[in-house]
Design a protein around this ligand. Structure first.
Ligand SMILES: [Zn+2]
Length: 452
């Protein structure tokens, strides 16, 4: 049993002072405010719930910072980046994936993410003809050793495009037929545990047929688990969908599927006005990954209109050019400010943008990862972040502006400890296994020829 005393904590009923949390068997056993600490308590300055990273491709951590030079052709875009990503995927065996994912997950924990939805299409090692789930086990092992809460979201990838029925080139590492995919999902679902959950998904509308998409939606229904897909990240895929299906991607999805709160639409970047309204009313979550979307030149999501219509959002670090939830929230707001030449866009329910973005990302992330209990309350998983209240970033900030300070006033985070399922995984601001994790990551990058 653990006891945590926080001079200030964001619990289910809001910011409270002098809060004592008791943790038992991975869950919060009691929450009391306006109390005094006991001698054995861990005393923290500020405690907040951990956030869910609702969209991750862990292996792409090894690509971050390595695609920023202009190519000889000089016309770099998402699709040229994708070739570099495919090239990396072609080097990864299960051991490499495990080491890279472990590093990514350790960094997530150290920045305040306590759970991750791993959107996984890398189903094969190079040269392997069949699927033996080794890439799933690599992800599971990385989650277990780092301590992050995992929602494993296997996604189907069965074709190169709307009018290309076969996967091409490196995509063959991703490709499964529907039956093999559903069998994989069935097998991995048997590995669910306290910190290991499953979802299901499709890579995108262009990569999956309508019949297969329906089978995936049915599997989500039957198991009561989230269903994820990339939906409208690039204008080119919107144009291709219009050409092949006669509808924009979100419109087509809404017309053909019973989209509801189990759905997580990743990168719903390109929406027309009617799609904004109609998608918002489904209670589906839109997962936005602002640092990746900026890095890849995707475009800007119509955040204000979507939130005004009642839409729900989550955030993800996606390609891991940034692993910092507060930076994602900052750029989510900054993109809108730059486009609209105004300020404080995402403050529709709360006067403070940081508080509102954090609350929305917390709720949306839990929904997208299939977790039911919200925030720090009795019965919820003990997934939390303890911060120094004497850090200059937080000094003098009360409940109203504390999250504004975290989102908008710096890059370095004042995190002292992070707990997942009742266990401290970050101490003194870094992951408890940081040395081993970094060494394994470095060795792996050298072995696969990414680093010298
Ligand atoms: Zn993605």
């Amino acid at each position: 049993m653990n006891h945590i005393f926080a001079r200030k904590a964001l619990i289910q009923k809001g910011w409270m002072d002098n809060v004592r949390l008791t943790v038992r068997a991975g869950k919060i056993d009691s929450v009391k405010d306006n109390v005094t600490p006991e001698p054995s308590d861990f005393v923290a300055g500020v405690v907040i719930p951990g956030l869910c990273n609702a969209h991750s491709h862990a292996f792409q951590r090894a690509l971050a910072g390595r695609t920023e030079e202009r190519s000889p052709a000089g016309q770099d875009n998402f699709w040229t980046w994708r070739e570099r990503m495919y090239e990396l995927a072609g080097r990864l065996d299960a051991a490499a994936l495990a080491a890279i994912a472990r590093q990514a997950y350790a960094e997530m924990l150290a920045s305040g993410y306590t759970s991750v939805a791993e959107f996984h299409y890398l189903h094969r090692q190079p040269g392997a003809d069949d699927t033996d789930d080794v890439m799933f086990h690599a992800i599971r092992a990385a989650a277990e050793s780092s301590g992050i809460r995992l929602t494993y979201v296997p996604v189907l990838y069965e074709r190169a495009g709307f009018d290309q029925p076969e996967a091409e080139g490196h995509q063959k590492l991703f490709a499964l037929d529907l039956d093999s995919f559903l069998e994989h999902h069935g097998r991995v679902s048997e590995h669910t545990a306290d910190r290991i959950h499953t979802g299901i998904g499709a890579h995108s509308l262009r990569a999956v047929s309508q019949d297969s998409m329906q089978a995936i939606a049915d599997a989500s229904d039957a198991a009561g688990i989230p269903v994820h897909l990339h939906i409208a990240e690039q204008q080119r895929e919107v144009d291709q969908c219009l050409s092949s299906y006669g509808r924009r991607p979100v419109r087509w999805l809404l017309e053909n599927f019973a989209v509801d709160e189990r759905w997580c639409l990743v990168h719903a970047t390109h929406l027309d006005t009617d799609e904004v309204e109609d998608l918002a009313t489904t209670n589906a979550v839109v997962c936005l990954c602002p640092s990746t979307e900026a890095n890849l030149g995707d475009g800007l999501f119509p955040l204000h209109d979507f939130l005004s219509a009642g839409g729900r959002i989550a955030i993800g670090s996606d390609s891991h050019v940034s692993i910092n939830p507060f930076e994602e929230l900052r750029w989510l707001e900054y993109g809108q400010r730059l486009a609209s030449r105004s300020r404080n866009i995402a403050s529709l329910q709360e006067p403070h943008v940081g508080r509102e973005l954090f609350s929305r990302a917390l709720a949306g992330g839990l929904q997208a990862s299939g977790q039911t209990s919200r925030g720090l309350q009795v019965g919820a998983p003990a997934d939390l972040v303890a911060m120094y209240d004497d850090d200059p970033m937080l000094v003098g900030h009360g409940a109203a502006s504390l999250l504004d300070a975290l989102v908008f006033s710096g890059y370095r985070l004042p995190i002292e400890r992070v707990m997942v399922h009742g266990e401290w995984r970050v101490l003194d601001g870094d992951h408890i296994d940081r040395a081993d994790t970094r060494q394994a990551y470095t060795d792996t990058l050298q072995r696969i020829g990414i680093a010298s």
